[in-house]
Write a protein that binds this ligand. Structure first.
Ligand code: G3P
Ligand code: MG
Length: 251
């Protein structure tokens, strides 16, 4: 089994866990840019997570916030601008002059950049896109022949339901940030998801055991503290998201 195939199953071998670069290696390069994804590839991670939204003209782009101000040179909602406008923005200079000129990537560009070398977790970010983004994403992934290495996730229940409706085969992770965390299990089972994706604050040995009893992985975000990485690894979680994937070496 290749590393990608093993990661896509959701469950890590006992005593191991998958290493996921959160928004790329966002501790060392501007989040959700080609530079952050290249840095993650260099670090040899198992997977990369990114956040995806639609532009006003329906192009899936890679950005976390619903507005452009924090991470780009633009102003206003992501969904209010066309791709040709967003394509002119700088998404690197806010971090450091070294990264000035990094753009907001389209998801299609990232699929080409990664080309199956790692698993890609595409998070459907905005409630505004629910109902509109799922089919285009499934079609884009199919057009790039990337279904074997892309896993979709979202906090929005309707979004993951819509992904499943659009594709019987799509790999899904159920993102979860509220109590009871066990609520994620029923939805994940119903949708045939590969894993639940809880906040680190919600993870207990009982939750891990309940997920594993259903053959679901437990992928935990976002863990930057090495002591906490160790604690979570000890209770048998399957994957960790970190802004600092280089810290996984300490595990
Ligand atoms: O997918 C895990 C994590 O990315 C969820 O939170 O806000 O960083 O997208 P956020
Ligand atoms: Mg995210």
């Amino acid at each position: 089994m290749t590393a990608t195939t093993a990661t896509m199953r959701g469950r890590a071998a006992p005593g191991t866990c998958f290493r996921i670069a959160h928004r790329g290696a966002s501790g060392r390069a501007p989040e959700n840019t080609h530079a952050a994804f290249a840095a993650a590839l260099e670090l040899g991670v198992d997977a990369i997570e990114l956040d995806c939204q639609l532009t006003a003209d329906g192009v899936p782009v890679v950005i976390h916030d619903e507005t452009l101000e924090r991470t780009t040179s633009g102003i206003g909602p992501v969904g209010a601008q066309r791709w040709d406008e967003i394509a002119t923005l700088d998404a690197g200079g806010w971090r450091s002059a070294v990264f000035a000129g990094e753009g907001v990537p389209r998801l299609a560009d990232v699929l080409r950049q990664l080309a199956g070398r790692v698993v890609l977790n595409v998070e459907i970010k905005s409630a505004r896109d629910v109902g509109a983004i799922e089919r285009p994403l499934v079609d884009l992934v199919a057009a790039h022949d990337a279904g074997a290495w892309v896993i979709f996730s979202s906090f929005h229940e309707r979004a993951v339901r819509n992904v499943r409706a659009a594709s019987a085969d799509a790999a899904i992770g159920v993102l979860w940030d509220r109590r009871p965390a066990a609520g994620a299990l029923a939805l994940a089972e119903e949708l045939g998801a590969r894993c639940i994706v809880p906040s680190r604050r919600l993870v207990t040995p009982e939750l891990v055991a309940a997920a594993h009893a259903r053959d679901l992985g437990v992928w935990v975000w976002t863990v930057n503290d090495v002591a906490e990485m160790r604690r979570l690894a000890t209770i048998g979680i399957d994957a960790l998201f970190s802004d600092y994937p280089e810290r996984f070496a300490a595990l």
